[in-house]
Design a protein around this ligand. Structure first.
Ligand SMILES: Nc1nc2c(ncn2[C@@H]2O[C@H](COP(=O)(O)OP(=O)(O)OP(=O)(O)O)[C@@H](O)[C@H]2O)c(=O)[nH]1
Ligand SMILES: [Mg+2]
Length: 205
C-alpha cells in the first residue's frame, strides 16, 4: 500500500545562495540535464502534479526552487545543464550560480543526480559528477523515465553509466513520473538522511 507523502510546500525561487531559505534543515538538490525529469520527479514524490512546473521544452526551470518537505527537509529543484538553445550568457550565469550553490550551501546534504535511463553517459553529466566530487558532495543517481525501457535494456544502460562515473554514487534508484516507480524508496532515503542531519551548529551562509 502506498504511504501518504509528507506535505510539500513551495518556498522560494532564487539563484543567489545568500537569499535562499535559512539553512536550518537538511537539503536535497535535484540536479541533471535539461528535460531529464527533475520537476516531474518532485511532483511525483509530492503526489501533486502541478507543484513544480514541467515542460516538454528544455530549459523550463531557470532558478533554484525550494520546496519544504514535511518539517525536516528541503528539496531544491535546480536549473538543468546542457541545454544548447539557451544563450551562452545565460548558460554561464547558471553555471556560476550552480557552482556557488554546490560550494556554499551549508545544509546541502545530498545531491540527487538524475539521468535519463535511455541515454549514454554525456560529457556534461560526467563533468557535473566531477564537480560534485570536487565539492565533496555526497550524491545518489536516479535513473528517470524507466517506463520507456524494458528491464534488460535498463540493466545494461545503468551498468554502462555507473561504470563511466568518476566516483561511485552512494546508491542509485529507478524512477518513473508516469508510474510512480521509485517514490517510496526515494522518500524513505530523504527521510532517513534528514533525520541524521545535524540540526545545531550549522555554519551560516
Ligand atoms: N515517459 C516519461 N516522461 C517523463 C518522465 N519524467 C518526465 N517526463 C517528461 O519529460 C519532459 C521534461 O520533464 P521536466 O520534469 O520538465 O524536466 P526538467 O528536468 O525539470 O527540465 P528543465 O526544468 O528544463 O531542466 C516532460 O515532457 C515530462 O512529461 C517519466 O518518468 N516518464
Ligand atoms: Mg524543471
Amino acid at each position: 500500500m502506498k504511504s501518504t507523502p509528507p506535505p510539500f510546500v513551495y518556498v522560494s525561487s532564487q539563484l543567489d545562495v545568500q537569499k535562499m531559505p535559512t539553512p536550518d534543515r537538511a537539503e536535497f538538490a535535484v540536479a541533471g540535464r535539461s528535460n531529464v525529469g527533475k520537476s516531474s520527479l518532485i511532483n511525483m514524490l509530492a503526489g501533486h502534479k502541478g507543484l513544480a512546473r514541467t515542460s516538454g521544452q528544455p530549459g523550463k526551470t531557470q532558478t533554484i526552487n525550494h520546496y519544504q518537505v514535511g518539517n525536516q527537509s528541503y528539496l531544491a529543484d535546480l536549473p538543468g545543464y546542457g541545454y544548447a538553445r539557451v544563450s551562452q550568457n545565460m548558460r554561464s550565469e547558471w553555471s556560476k550560480h550552480l557552482k556557488a550553490y554546490l560550494s556554499k550551501r551549508s545544509n546541502l546534504c545530498f545531491v540527487l543526480l538524475l539521468i535519463d535511463c535511455r541515454v549514454e553517459p554525456r560529457p556534461n553529466d560526467l563533468e557535473f559528477a566531477r564537480l560534485l566530487a570536487q565539492n565533496q558532495r555526497s550524491f545518489a543517481i536516479i535513473f528517470t523515465k524507466t517506463d520507456k525501457l524494458k528491464s534488460t535494456a535498463l540493466k545494461k544502460q545503468t551498468e554502462v553509466f555507473l561504470s563511466a562515473l568518476p566516483s561511485p554514487p552512494q546508491c542509485h534508484f529507478f524512477s518513473s513520473a508516469q508510474t510512480g516507480r521509485g517514490r517510496e524508496e526515494i522518500l524513505k532515503f530523504i527521510a532517513e538522511h534528514a533525520q541524521s542531519f545535524p540540526s545545531a551548529g550549522l555554519p551560516v551562509d
